[in-house]
Design a protein. Structure first.
Length: 388
């Protein structure tokens, strides 16, 4: 009997190794096949690259990366002074006979984007790569985020992308003919890790970046037939002016959660974004956490490269979900530990909350003693913070 069990165990081991070997062979074969069926890469040498938000941060770094690869670069941003400084920073990276030009444009304005596109059409005649990097963030707990704040964030982060794509799409479609059969031009949305998972204190920002996920998928289907490929990049926290401004006003809990993620450099993010976009990838990530989340949340989004298809097919379920669950459990532990010091004042301590709860009490709907205590403590904490 022991010998029979040993023999059965050896058979099971051999079967497992055979299955794993076959699986490894299939995966390796798929990656080799990718050399023939993946989208053809876009060579930026001599091409025209337009970057919104191109005067600073990730946008500026993308412009420099495109310049190093031989592109003619067009920078779009609102402030002429910032654009002039950006030109000085991009120029050293240009190859001979290449140019960097600018257009002052507010992406939140459709007319402004249309005027910028007309300027580019006059100078270059077409566009081969549109990088949508303009964005803003105004962190605060949801109850402390005004309707006007939501409007501002969506005006730049969502409508700004819409306006830029609408303005430059004809030039991108025209540019596709320059790139050769099966290559096409590119649109890259700069999203965020907060476009893959919700983050405490970033409700408006997360909502705007999640909106880009759906927009990009729908746009991919509409513009691929005219030779334009769409991609989404999800950078983690990056050392940019946007992050510096964000850190000045982040809620304490948001700062604590952010400390668990390494801050990347914009030039590294730009190198990944440009490489992946030129390769025709739809989902582009730079760090492990964003890659894990992108694989899990891919759903029915396009997977134009074999690598994307294999990762989403084999890893989207149990192995990566287990990791992400451990992260969110850790986050919720941090948030719960700050309930009375940070969460309660945000929920119960606003003037609107106090007035509404008073209406309920005055109408004869008392609260349990524990809730009443927390409401009172939250009101005191909010008043102290306002007086500080």
């Amino acid at each position: 009997a022991p010998r029979a069990r040993s023999h059965a165990g050896m058979n099971a081991l051999e079967t497992s190794l055979t299955v794993l070997g076959a699986l490894a062979f299939v995966v390796a074969g798929l990656f080799l096949l990718g050399a023939f069926i993946n989208p053809k890469a876009l060579d930026l040498d001599g091409r025209v690259v337009v970057v919104t938000g191109g005067s600073s941060g990730i946008g500026l770094a993308c412009a420099q990366e495109a310049a190093r690869k031989g592109a003619n670069v067009v920078l779009l941003a609102r402030k002429p002074a910032g654009l002039a400084e950006a030109v000085e920073l991009v120029t050293p990276h240009l190859r001979p006979a290449r140019t960097v030009t600018t257009a002052s444009a507010d992406v939140a304005s459709e007319a402004s984007c249309a005027a910028a596109a007309a300027s580019v059409a006059k100078e270059h005649g077409r566009v081969h790569f549109l990088i949508l990097s303009a964005g803003i963030s105004e962190p605060a707990e949801f109850t402390r985020t005004s309707e006007a704040t939501w409007d501002r964030v969506f005006a730049v982060n969502v409508r700004g992308c819409r306006n830029a794509v609408r303005a430059f799409l004809p030039l991108l479609a025209a540019g596709a003919a320059d790139t050769g059969s099966g290559v096409g031009t590119r649109i890259s949305f700069v999203s965020s890790g907060a476009g893959l998972t919700g983050v405490y204190g970033l409700s408006a920002y997360c909502a705007s970046k999640f909106a880009l996920f759906g927009f990009a998928q729908a746009l991919y289907q509409e513009v691929l037939p005219v030779g334009v490929r769409v991609g989404l990049h999800f950078p983690p926290d990056t050392d940019t002016p946007l992050l510096a401004a964000e850190n000045l006003r982040k809620p304490a809990i948001t700062k604590t959660l952010s400390e668990t993620i390494a801050v990347e450099q914009p030039e590294d993010i730009a190198a990944t974004l440009v490489r992946d976009s030129c390769a025709g990838r739809f989902l582009s990530t730079h760090d492990w956490t964003s890659w894990m989340l992108a694989v899990q949340t891919a759903g029915m989004c396009p997977a134009p490269t074999v690598g994307e298809a294999v990762a989403q097919t084999l890893l989207a379920g149990f192995p990566l979900k287990l990791v992400s669950l451990s992260v969110i459990i850790d986050w919720m532990g941090v948030i719960q530990s700050k309930r009375e010091s940070d969460v309660d004042p945000a929920v119960f301590g606003t003037s609107e909350a106090r007035d509404l709860l008073a209406v309920a009490r005055d109408a004869g709907h008392p609260f349990p003693s524990e809730i009443s205590r927390r409401i009172g403590a939250a009101a005191e904490a909010a008043a102290a913070a306002a007086a500080a």
